[in-house]
Design a protein around this ligand. Structure first.
Ligand code: WQD
Length: 332
């Protein structure tokens, strides 16, 4: 089977491509490299021994996308490509709406024109906003608090409407919680451009000495130790979830949370990181970050029941693998 992976040079995309190749799928990547690096292709080859077909293209370029669909004859699509920085989306909302929505609509029209029925879409727990209770289930109310999250919500709505009009489509929406960790080889990992917004890449840089101190945003949340609680999931478990979604015989439009079902506070994560890596992370407590919520973690029962999804890796693995990747990529 030939799978199109959009954004396949990115953090979650590249880990999913490795799993696809290991399971002998044929993979084609379209990535505009705006938030990823071409060298990831060599690392994927080093890990798997397999080549992928790569197009450096922008999904917003409909003609280019049509030519690729015409040439490649895909059996399915996994759609990761998109801008995904919450803070940046508040600064440049129009760019986020244009990029994330137009690219997805172009993809859907090419799928329709070339008879590709199966799509796995990368959504986010951010569509739940500030949940009224925990753990979060897939039928919870949806509300977003930033343009990035709203693009995900809008795309979910587009997928629901397109499915309504074309019930022979097979669409899976995966709502990620907080992906962290890295490939065991130390060759692939999270490598955001510039100063990281997310917790783990920031912790890694403080541990490496490339950043002076971790600011812990808020210590007065209604949580076990006052710091924010999130559901951190190993990127390898997340990648596995995509393979299960791809192979799921259940047709129709399906929505699954991909999380561990466990909440971890910022302080708990930092303490675990220091312990397993035997390293010190300079930290200080500062004011809350705008838009942050106290706590968020998944119910992953539906994915476990219908996909056979099961998290294999622990917070210890996530902390160890993240640091191992950093040590192998000194340019962080
Ligand atoms: C985690 C916790 C912060 C940085 C975001 C997006 C979500 C998804 C994952 C794309 C919070 C605290 C963080 C720091 C800190 N992205 N923190 N100091 O905000 O839960 O989710 O990334 O799909 O859509 O919303 O992740 O890693 O930014 O924050 O104290 O320097 O760490 O307050 O409690 P978040 P995060």
């Amino acid at each position: 089977m030939k799978i199109l992976v959009t954004g396949g040079c990115g953090y979650i995309g590249s880990h999913t491509v490795v799993k696809l190749l290991e399971e002998k799928f044929e993979v084609v990547i379209i990535d505009n490299l705006v938030n990823s690096k071409r060298e990831v292709l060599e690392k994927i080859k080093k890990i798997t021994g397999s080549d992928v077909t790569f197009y450096q293209e922008d999904l917003c370029n409909l003609d280019a996308l049509k030519n690729i669909f015409k040439k490649e004859k895909f059996d399915a699509v996994i759609h990761f490509a998109g801008l995904k920085a919450v803070g940046e989306s508040v600064q440049i909302p129009l760019k986020y709406y244009q990029n994330n929505l137009i690219s997805t609509m172009n993809l859907l029209s090419c799928m329709q024109e070339y008879g590709v029925k199966k799509l796995v879409f990368s959504s986010s727990a951010t569509v739940y906003g500030n949940p009224k209770s925990l753990p979060i289930k897939e039928d919870f109310p949806l509300q977003t608090t930033n343009p990035y999250g709203t693009t995900k919500l809008m795309i979910e709505q587009i997928l629901k409407d397109v499915y309504q009009a074309n019930p022979d489509l097979d669409i899976t929406i995966l709502r990620y919680f907080n992906p962290i960790g890295a490939h065991k080889s130390g060759l692939l990992g999270e490598d955001p451009n510039g100063i990281p917004n997310n917790l783990m890449p920031y912790v890694v840089r403080v541990a490496m000495g490339t950043l002076p101190v971790l600011s812990i945003f808020g210590s007065d949340y209604n949580t076990i130790d006052g710091t924010g609680v999130r559901d951190y999931i190993h990127v390898l478990d997340l990648a596995k979830g995509h393979l299960l979604a791809l192979k799921n015989p259940k047709s129709g439009l399906k929505i699954y949370n991909l999380g561990t079902g466990k909440g971890t506070s910022v302080l708990e994560l930092v303490n675990m990181f220091e312990k397993v890596n035997q390293v010190k992370v300079n930290k200080k407590f500062t004011a809350r970050r705008d838009g942050d919520i106290d706590a968020c973690y998944a119910s992953n029962e539906k994915a476990m029941k219908e996909l056979g999804f099961k998290c294999e890796y622990t917070l210890e693995d996530m902390c160890k693998d993240s640091y191992n990747y950093a040590k192998n990529n000194i340019n962080l």
